[in-house]
Design a protein around this ligand. Structure first.
Ligand SMILES: Nc1ncnc2c1ncn2[C@@H]1O[C@H](COP(=O)(O)OP(=O)(O)OP(=O)(O)O)[C@@H](O)[C@H]1O
Ligand SMILES: [Mg+2]
Length: 277
């Protein structure tokens, strides 16, 4: 008799992550698991550290404490060579889009292939056209990035991110600034890419509606920790104070509106107030 199938190990495991920028603590004690082969969205307010988290996962930043494993490898302990190899298997869509403006659409998608492989030109061309076809932009291959709409640019960035057939793809705010139709196309594309390539997709977003639609798994972060996690329906059903505030877009609640700092009176009047903390 076949052994029972063990539950697949998570693609990413984060345990007790601590990270600060100067005196500002971004992650105090962050733990989460990102399941393999699914779409996971990390949601949190602006400034909560979502972009920072992706950079920690990608090994561009090092934690001050705690650990991050990707595919069973602890990112901060990898040699440069192994980190480079791991990164080759991670596709990344940056928050700013970041296409190379002096290269055509074709050359933008070809860029990672030229950098990481020695493929002959005809094979490279076939691969680039395949990726552009997958995002519906094969015919736009000769255009400059400057002549693309925001939605098209994001699709080119997606084609570039999957050029090396990664097993993990990370999207930083993929929905920002798109009209509803384009947004729908990007949502469909992210889901379709996830299914057809069988990869693990990690999104960070503060776009509640889209994130809840697209995700199999959602993690909410605030105050340097994961405050809730689960399937979108479960989260909605048991909404804690914090997730209720976030999911319903209430301005007030456990998350303060003001960035912590000197008091308003202090700043306006130039006086120092006595503090008990
Ligand atoms: N290079 C940096 N130097 C110092 N502080 C930084 C740097 N980058 C980010 N921060 C700070 O780290 C915190 C988290 O920033 P991060 O960009 O990760 O937030 P975010 O959740 O992605 O926000 P948004 O939703 O606006 O993109 C912010 O308070 C920011 O000011
Ligand atoms: Mg960000």
């Amino acid at each position: 008799m076949a052994e029972p199938v063990a539950e697949e190990s998570p693609h990413i495991v984060i345990e007790n992550l601590r990270f600060r920028r100067g005196r500002k603590v971004i992650f105090e004690d962050l733990s989460m698991r990102i399941p393999r082969g699914q779409v996971t969205t990390v949601m949190g307010p602006s400034g909560s550290g979502k972009t920072t988290l992706l950079r920690l996962i990608g090994g561009q930043l090092r934690p001050d404490g705690g650990r991050i494993w990707v595919d069973g490898q602890e990112v901060a302990r990898l040699s440069t060579r192994r980190l480079y190899a791991l990164r080759k298997r991670m596709g990344m869509l940056f928050q700013s889009g970041a296409l190379l403006t002096d290269l055509s659409v074709f050359e933008n998608v070809a860029f990672p292939l030229r950098e990481h492989t020695d493929l002959p030109e005809d094979v490279l061309r076939t691969l680039v056209l395949l990726k552009l076809e997958a995002v519906g932009l094969r015919s736009a291959r000769d255009l400059d990035p400057a002549s693309l709409s925001g939605g098209m640019a994001r699709r080119v960035a997606l084609a570039r991110a999957i050029a090396l057939d990664p097993d993990l793809i990370m999207y930083d705010e993929p929905f920002t600034g798109l009209d509803p139709i384009t947004m729908g196309q990007i949502v469909t594309l992210i889901r379709r890419t996830n299914q057809s390539l069988g990869l693990t997709s990690v999104l960070v977003s503060h776009d509640v509606t889209e994130a809840m639609t697209i995700s199999d798994h959602v993690v909410l972060i605030a105050d340097g920790r994961a405050v809730d996690a689960g399937a979108p329906d479960d989260l909605r059903a048991r909404a804690s104070d914090w997730s209720a505030q976030f999911l319903e877009g209430r301005p007030d609640g456990p998350v303060p509106f003001h960035y912590p700092g000197d008091s308003y009176r202090e700043d306006l009047l130039g006086v120092r107030e006595r503090r008990d903390d």
